[in-house]
Write a protein that binds this ligand. Structure first.
Ligand code: NAP
Length: 321
């Protein structure tokens, strides 16, 4: 047992035990007040890192000259400078596939909650306002039979398209870097330019990774192209949307509402104007947050890390060299 790893996310006892059979494990609690200082202390000598939600900049990587692998418990890899890791010959691995269905469920939950005003009206009942049967002021909008526009037809986009077409009889449009003949054949999805999709969809769901090409992809111009009353769902990353422009479009009633799981700043500050808008459903980045899926992601990350340290090619290697 000569390899040392640092784990900076809570693992189940079973996974921790599995790791400890192969490598020396140091755990760091990044939620503790001295968490980051403790991480800096243990980085020298670390061969592997396993965790999530921590931007790993060169200031931290410089402290870990022996590092061979960063195993991220996430599919998104926007917290990492991939060219820098490759230059250092540090493998980066991630956990796609196991979270696809759960994240698509989150997208649909936000879509339905926004369309049917579930959170707003549940709070209204809780606050004691339900004294007589409802009128049009409290009606929502139908989902079934409407048009869903998916921006980013990858794994999660495809799972959303399946739900929309098979479960809700929706017409599915999509925009991606490349056309997806499989999704077209299986879900009847139609390719559109981004502008055309925005102009035709009743619901727009974002499922692109955050990258230089997607940062600010949806700004004031794009929001203005959306159909009046359309609903935006973001389960990708907050910075894919210009949040200030979104707040304006929601305030002005330019669009009907938004279901948001991700934000420019997370945790979302309590004074965010988004939280004062009744047509916003905001969830705390729960895309993959179920017991089953988080355990499956952690298992996948452990496998990736052990494969990398054993000198094998990890299955989910982001920056092969
Ligand atoms: P994926 O399979 O790689 O799909 C991403 C899709 O986005 C690809 O099909 C890609 O198109 C498309 N794309 C990339 N850049 C684009 C651009 N500039 N314009 C249009 N389309 C573009 O990834 P995934 O597994 O579905 O995950 C997608 C993202 O969801 C992750 O990166 C992560 O940020 C986010 N996510 C969030 C949560 C959450 O908790 N809310 C959970 C899981 C994932 P091509 O295939 O044509 O290149």
């Amino acid at each position: 047992m000569n390899k040392r790893i640092v784990v900076y996310k809570t693992l189940s006892p079973a996974l921790l035990e599995r790791l400890q059979q192969h490598v020396a494990v140091t755990q760091v609690d990044l939620t503790a007040s001295d968490g980051l200082a403790r991480l800096r202390e243990v980085l020298p000598g670390a061969h592997g890192l396993l965790g999530a939600s921590l931007p790993l900049g060169s200031d931290l990587l410089d402290l870990a000259p022996d590092l061979q692998v960063v195993s991220s418990i996430s599919v998104g890899v926007d917290n990492y400078d991939i060219p820098d890791l490759t230059r250092r010959r540090v493998m980066l691995t991630h956990t796609p596939d196991v979270l696809t269905e759960t994240t698509a469920d989150t997208g649909f939950a936000l879509l339905l909650a926004s369309a049917r005003r579930v959170v707003e009206l549940a709070n209204w009942v809780r606050d004691g306002h339900w004294h007589k049967s409802l009128g049009p002021a409290h009606f929502g909008t139908d989902v079934q039979g409407k048009t869903l526009g998916i921006v980013g037809m990858g794994r999660i986009g495809d799972a959303l398209a399946r739900r929309a077409a098979a479960g809700f009889g929706m017409r599915v449009l999509y925009h991606s870097n490349h056309r997806k003949p499989d999704a077209e054949a299986r879900h009847g999805a139609r390719y559109r330019s981004l502008d055309a999709l925005l102009g035709e969809a009743d619901f727009v769901c974002l499922t692109v990774p955050l990258s230089a090409s997607t940062e600010g992809l949806i700004g004031a111009r794009e929001l203005a192209l959306m159909k009046p009353g359309a609903i935006l769902v973001n389960i990708a990353r907050g910075r894919v949307v210009d949040e200030a422009a979104l707040i304006e479009a929601l305030r002005d009633g330019r669009i009907g509402g938004a279901g948001l799981d991700v934000f420019e700043q997370e945790p979302l500050p309590a004074d965010s104007p988004l939280l004062r808008l009744s047509n916003v459903v905001a969830t705390p980045h729960i895309g993959s947050a179920t017991h089953e899926t988080r355990e499956a992601m952690a298992r996948c990350a452990v496998d990736n890390l052990l494969e990398a340290l054993a000198g094998e090619r990890p299955r989910y290697w982001v920056n092969p060299f």
